[in-house]
Design a protein around this ligand. Structure first.
Ligand code: BGC
Length: 746
């Protein structure tokens, strides 16, 4: 894969440097301290009052030390203070004399990063895109809470997880770290993740703000989009997540937007985030995304990471000379301290402890089981009945030992090491393909103990097809690896897997395809495969979860959080815009060149608000599988729609489980706006996950936030309900909405 080359030297050396230091100097006394006996130790005071009291006592140097990181090899110089780093991506020095701990930050998208390298343990949850497929707000809370507990157990007090960029470009290498293409689904889910996490007294973070929707040339690209469209799409996801969780931090992204870098973009950071949304936390730059001092500070950037190219001595001089007003500096530090008091990291600092590994694995499995999407089951081949099967062929790269995971700064070190490496040799490093040691072959064998279960890697498709031919059932595990710092050239499965699937399916009509992907894939073989399951990057217990779904111990309930298009030609941008060659070369000159600013290139999101299903709907383009789609081993029917208008409209209907098997149906509610609103045909406005026994029915009411029915009026800078006819629709996917009612809103 081409790399944008923005991490030079590669991250693994950075990680090694940090972890070695962490081992040498295991913990900073500054970090172990709680507030002690200070006036602001009084937890009955508000976080704002407590922060203001501390700000008054701080020297200029102390303030500045909390406004920047202590460095990362390859991205900035290193401070001597880095010896107190806990081994994570960021560390900011605290003020021990005032009882203010340092901030120990770790990436923790689907689990705590770099635990292996630091000699620790963390659970790898299913990837974020998978968790979005559960549409389960309680599971999202649990997801965040688990990460929060494991961060604390390892001595961290801040996460850098919380990715929420919309899947505007499914080839984006970070799609697995995000929560899909819809702002309401993504915003609600990340809000719950952050609530669960912050309840553990860890600083939360939502990122990458904003419109960092492709990795290619992320340090150089200038993104333009219609302002209204931005507020109704990517920014709406942030608005919801921040509102719901009162998150401690927002990470501004690498790219430029409307000509200004995100981390010095006054409209984004101050006008929208801090004023319109009343965000009380602090803005942290992505690693090396700061490009100026006075401009960034005035625009609303509070904290520079990973170093102090701008927010160190230069900030001090600027405050002393008045180039940066003292009030501006105090606002930055107030925000950091307020977030620390509000989240509890000062009153209840992390204490290292033995993590609950068994509990973690159980949660990882439970969430994976709720995340696996059954896409096709035409012959009702699933669930498999072990008693009736004599032989199974398990086919596909490494399906004997593991399942693939997503790379980059989200990468979790799998307990047990990389499954395809000899024990002890499975170190993770930047852009390595990491296979979690969770073996589909083993879990399938355990489910069908009296069947002959044989494995073929698929390297030779004809040999795999021959094994399939002599087996009752063939299960092909197909993978697609993605990572930060790259985009996919296409949505095709790599390594000739399309050919493998076609050959196996031709040899055995009872072929099941299980996808391990972090985004959509194209499927030239789809008409010849009757049974298809999307398992995503399924985490530490992925193989157990998949086997439970295949053999019916779990009835699948997940629904796609993103559209699977028929081909790249149907995307809003059939060709992904790559940086010009000079930009890539300029990157290789390192962080100084990035900080100064790389030559710009342009990406224009002229599809505007039409992200994902809104695009395919508006353009009348058929898709492979639509947003919100997913099957079950039972069936559901919908009836009796009633819409009650009011401050928050209420949509009520009945869902019936028309089969015998218990299940959970994600009942989705969409609305179309009056023609005068000029919006795509429909938008998701709410949902409810309904558990139903066989034959059972339940009445469901979904209350709709009026904002989700509104348009953003740029002139008035506010959300506005357009009078006219609104159609409310309910059903099991964005393209299967049997209930419909039109009402007039005045
Ligand atoms: C990524 C962030 C990450 C940071 C620290 C950056 O390259 O874009 O998502 O949190 O590195 O590792």
């Amino acid at each position: 894969m081409p790399s944008t080359g923005s991490k030079i030297p590669p991250r693994f050396s950075i990680a090694l440097a940090a972890s070695t230091l962490a081992l040498l100097f295991s913990f900073s006394s500054a970090d172990a301290q709680s507030t002690g006996n200070h006036p602001w130790s009084n937890a009955n005071l508000s976080p704002d009052e407590r922060a203001s009291m501390v700000v008054k006592e701080m020297t200029l140097d102390e303030k500045i030390s909390l406004l920047h990181g202590t460095g990362m090899a390859g991205l900035s110089p290193l401070s001597p203070e880095i010896i107190h780093s806990n081994g994570g991506a960021g560390y900011a020095v605290g003020v021990p004399r005032l009882g203010i701990p340092g901030i120990q930050m770790s990436d923790a998208a689907y689990g705590v990063r770099m635990s292996g390298e630091n000699g620790r343990y963390s659970t790898a949850l299913p990837a974020n895109i998978a968790s979005a497929a559960s549409w389960d707000l309680d599971a999202a809370y649990e997801y965040g809470a688990l990460i929060g507990r494991e961060l604390r157990a390892q001595g961290y007090n801040m996460t850098l997880g919380g990715g929420i960029n919309l899947t505007r470009e499914p080839r984006n290498g970070r799609t697995f770290e995000y929560l899909g293409e819809d702002p309401v689904l993504a915003g609600k889910m990340v809000g719950q993740v952050m609530k669960g996490l912050q309840a553990q007294h860890v600083l939360g973070d939502i990122k990458h703000y904003a419109l960092n929707d492709q990795e290619s040339g992320r340090n150089a690209v200038n993104v333009t989009i219609d302002k209204r469209a931005s507020r109704e799409s990517d920014l709406l996801a942030f608005e919801i997540g921040i509102h719901d969780s009162d998150v401690a931090a927002v990470m501004c992204s690498y790219n430029r937007i409307w000509g200004d870098y995100a981390c010095e973009n006054r409209y984004l950071l101050t006008d929208v985030l801090k004023k319109d949304w009343n965000f009380k936390g602090f803005v942290v730059s992505d690693w090396g995304a700061t490009h100026s001092l006075a401009k960034s500070s005035a625009a609303g950037l509070d904290h520079e990471e990973p170093g102090w190219i701008f927010y160190g001595d230069d900030l001090k001089k600027a405050v002393e000379s008045g180039a940066v007003p003292k009030s501006e500096l105090d606002d930055h530090i107030h925000r950091v301290l307020r977030a620390m008091f509000a989240t509890g990291v000062i009153d209840d600092p992390p204490v290292r402890s033995v993590p609950d590994i068994f509990g973690g694995l159980e949660i990882a499995q439970k969430i994976a089981e709720q995340s696996i999407v059954l896409l096709k089951n035409d012959q009702s081949l699933l669930p498999l009945d072990a008693a009736k099967i004599h032989s199974i062929a398990v086919i596909g790269p490494h399906a004997d030992v593991g399942m693939i995971s997503g790379g980059g700064s989200a990468q979790v070190d799998p307990p047990g090491g990389n499954a395809i490496m000899p024990p002890g040799k499975g170190n993770t490093y930047w852009q390595a393909h990491i296979w979690f040691p969770t073996s589909p072959l083993k879990t399938i064998r355990a489910k069908a103990p009296s069947a002959t279960v044989q494995f073929n890697s698929g390297e030779d498709p004809s040999a795999a097809a021959a094994l399939a031919k002599k087996s009752d059932i063939a299960i092909v595990f197909a993978y697609q690896w993605i990572s930060e710092d790259m985009d996919l050239a296409s949505l095709s499965l790599p390594d000739h897997q399309d050919d493998l699937i076609a050959k196996v399916a031709a040899a055995n009509p009872h072929t099941i395809v299980v996808l391990e992907t972090g985004t959509a894939v194209t499927m030239p073989w789809l008409d010849h495969v009757s049974t298809l399951v999307e398992a995503w990057y399924a985490g530490s217990r992925g193989a157990d979860a998949v086997a439970n779904v295949l053999f019916g111990d779990v009835n699948p309930s997940a629904k796609l959080p993103m559209t699977f298009p028929r081909s790249e030609a149907d995307l809003p941008h059939p060709t992904l815009v790559k940086p010009p060659k000079e930009t890539v070369e300029a990157n290789s000159q390192g962080w100084k060149r990035i900080a100064e600013g790389l030559p710009v290139f342009q990406v224009t999101y002229d599809e505007g608000v039409k992200v994902g299903y809104k695009w395919y709907d508006a353009e009348n383009k058929p898709v492979l599988f639509p947003f919100g789609y997913g099957l079950s081993y039972t069936t559901y029917s919908y009836s009796g729609l009633k819409v009650q208008l009011g401050k928050s409209p209420r949509v009520t209907f009945t869902v019936t489980n028309t089969g015998n098997r218990a299940g959970a149906e994600i009942a989705e509610v969409y609305a179309s706006l009056p023609a005068a609103a000029s919006e795509p045909p429909k938008r998701l406005v709410g949902w409810s996950k309904v558990k139903l026994n066989g034959g059972e029915q339940k009445e469901v009411t979904v209350e709709i936030d009026p904002k989700f029915l509104s348009i953003f009026n740029v002139e008035n800078n506010g959300w506005e309900l357009i009078p006219g006819a609104y159609t409310f629709m309910a059903g099991g996917s964005s393209q299967n909405l049997p209930l419909k009612e039109t009402m007039n809103l005045k």
